[in-house]
Each structure stands twice: as C-alpha cells, then as structure tokens.
Design a binder for this molecule. Structure first.
Ligand SMILES: *Cc1c(COP(=O)(O)O)cnc(C)c1O
Length: 373
C-alpha cells in the first residue's frame, strides 16, 4: 500500500462545530513557524490577548487561549477554581452541563445539581432556590449556549444572581462567543471558557479563557496545589503575561495561534454587534425556510440560539441516511442529535464564517430534495 498526501474535500460545515473556516484564516495558519519565544511572536500574543478581551467584552488581565480544545478550557476553570470538598451548584440542561458535573466530582468538589429539561434554558428561579438552600456553595457553573439542544440561558441574570449570593461563576461560552451577546464584565462572570472552532471559525484545538481578578485571587490563595500540572494557571501565568518577556511553560501551538489572531481580527473588523446581528439574520432566513418545509424546532423561540438550530427529524425518516446523502451529494455536513436527542433531531449550525446566505439556501434546497427522495 502506498500512502499519499491527505487532500480533504471541501465540505460546507453546518453542524455543531467545527465550523467553516475562511481562506484568510487558513492562509494565516500556513505562514512560517517562528520560535514561540521569538520577540515578534510575543508581540503577536499581546495583540491576541487584546483581541480576545474585545471578543469577551472584558478588561480581565488574564485573558488567554489554552493550548487545547474547548474541553481543556472547561477543565482549566474547574481544576483551578475548585478545592477539594467545596460545593458547586451545577446547572444541567444538556450534554455539557453533565460534563460540568463530572469535572466537579473529579476535582474533588461536591456537585449540587439544578436540572432542567433538554431544550429548555437554565431556570433562574431554580438556581436562586439552590443558592438559598446551599449558603456554603462556593461556585455556580452553567452553560451559556447548550450546543446539544440549541438553548440559550440567561447568563446575565445568572451572573448577577451569583454575585448577590457571593459565589463565583464558571461559564461555558464555547458556542456563544462571537455568535450571541456575551458581556463578561457587565454580567460579572468570573471564569469563562470558549472554543476556537465554533463561532470564531478558527481551526479546532484552542480554548480562549478569561478569569476575573476575584477568580485569580481564589486560585492564588488555594491551600492545595492544582492537581493538573499542565492546566495549573498559576504556572501558565508566567508564560502569557509579563510585558514583552515570557518564561517557558510548554511549546505554544504557534501556527494555530496565528490562525486565531486572524479569526479574531476578522471579528473585530466586522464588529461584535454586527456579527451577532448576522447570526440572527441568517437564523431568521433558515427558520423561514424550515417552517415552510414543516420542520419543528426543539427549543422555544425566546431561548433559541441563532447559531445552533435543533429540529426534529420527521416521522418515518432515517436520519443517518439523510445526513450521509447531504454529505455525499452536497458536501454538506449537518449535525446528528446528541444524548437524549440522538436519532430524533438534527442540529444545523450557523456558526461564524458558515453563517452566510448561500449556505442557508444550499441547506434548505438540499434538505427539501433529500426528503422528497
Ligand atoms: C464543543 C463544545 C465543548 C467542547 O469543546 P471541544 O473543543 O470539542 O473540546 C464544550 N462545551 C460546549 C457548549 C460545546 O459546544
């Protein structure tokens, strides 16, 4: 057998991520690699921090990209902020809320669950009750944009509630960053993590994380060391901060960081508000077409994420067959249902560079043709 270079087809990625990547970002990725302590690279990283602060709408000094995918950003927040024995209120309304619970338990914390139905946002009233019932809780963890269902929770209300009860928040913004309003400082969120491959439309493998000064204080006053060496942010701090100089922690994913810099620059040039508006408009276009085709959404209109559209598979349709038809005939990828929605729903992503009118039109045309076959 001779193995040749791998040349992937050009797919149109309209699933739950990774999303389509603009040619500009792919070009940035292929620029020459420099040393990760090269003064020019360090300058680029300082700009990257500025761009991330803008995307997160924060002045947090600690705003970086963890060198691993969104799940590592998640784990970073949990292992750094939880000390063994601490109580954490965890909101669970889909796959990623359950992962938060696992993270709490593995970090030695005690998870107090607030459950909501799949497809529903986190209930602010239930969280308030849980905070009253557990005055010794130290943290509140919730998913802003639950990618398994397409539900958007009220991060602003939850953030303010947490402050009233003097607990810190850990917020999953993997799918929300760049797609729907997220205002870290205004909403008083403490530890927020995201991913490069959803609405930022960058290559997978990086996880933007921002920590508030209060979160940093909690990390620095730990009585036990963070169990993970790689994710211990008190060690990473020396690499990402310190004006103009860096100390070695691990080899930065140099080219991926070029790509993230470019993707964030595209976002900044478009303007955050305009990006949010574009996601909303593309969602409205898609929704109008899906309504015409008779599809029903999993999530009620008021808490629907524009960038993740979960719709029920019509009665009597083999959902996997339709997805492979879309992939093979149209080079179009949409997502399958996850967890409780496996086999029952499709997830159509309109994330970042994928949220364009021609993609919406193609998706609707392809779905209609597949279903009439
Ligand atoms: C995709 C996703 C993650 C995990 O990100 P990876 O980059 O796949 O590790 C976590 N939370 C949510 C809400 C996601 O959509």
């Amino acid at each position: 057998m001779t193995i040749q270079s791998f040349i992937p087809p050009h797919r149109i990625l309209m699933g739950p991520g990774p999303s389509d990547i603009s040619p500009q970002v792919l070009q940035a990725l292929s620029r020459p690699t420099v040393g990760h302590l090269d003064p020019l690279f360090i300058q680029m990283m300082d700009e990257l921090k500025q761009l991330l602060k803008y995307a997160f709408q924060t002045e947090n000094e600690f705003t970086i990209a963890v060198s691993a995918p969104g799940s590592a950003g998640m784990e970073t927040c949990f292992v750094n902020l939880i000390e063994p024995g601490e109580k954490v209120i965890v909101c669970r309304n889909g796959v990623f809320g359950e992962r938060m619970r696992e993270n709490v338990v593995r970090a030695g914390g005690i998870a107090v669950l607030v459950d909501d139905e799949w497809g529903k946002p986190v209930s602010v009233d239930k969280v308030e009750q849980a905070l009253k019932d557990n005055p010794d809780a130290k943290l509140l963890a919730f998913v802003h944009a639950e990618t398994s269902t397409g539900a958007c929770s009220d991060a602003e209300a939850l953030g303010k509630l947490a402050k009233q009860h003097d607990v810190l928040t850990i917020v999953d913004a993997v799918t929300s960053l760049g797609g729907v309003p997220l205002k870290v400082d205004e909403w008083q969120l403490d530890a927020v993590y995201s991913g490069s491959q959803k609405c930022l439309s960058c290559v997978p493998g990086l996880s933007p994380v921002t920590l508030s000064p209060v979160a940093i204080e909690k990390i620095q006053s730990r009585s036990t060391p963070v169990q993970s060496w790689f994710l211990d942010q008190s060690l990473v701090l020396g690499y990402w901060s310190g004006e103009g100089k860096r100390s070695y922690h691990h080899t930065a994913p140099v080219n991926s960081l070029y790509a993230l810099h470019e993707a964030l620059l595209i976002l900044k040039n478009e303007g955050l508000e305009n990006a949010w508006q574009r996601h909303r408009e593309m969602h409205n276009k898609l929704k109008a077409g899906l309504d015409k085709l008779g599809f029903k959404f999993v999530v009620d209109e008021e808490s629907r994420l524009p960038q993740l559209n979960a719709i029920y598979v019509p009665e009597g349709i083999d959902e996997a067959k339709v997805r492979s038809h879309l992939l093979n005939t149209y080079n179009l990828e949409i997502g399958a249902g996850l967890g409780a929605l496996a086999g029952k729903a499709w997830r159509i992503g309109l994330m970042g560079y994928a949220a364009r009118p021609e993609n919406v039109a193609l998706c609707l045309r392809a779905l209609e043709e597949s279903l009439t076959q």
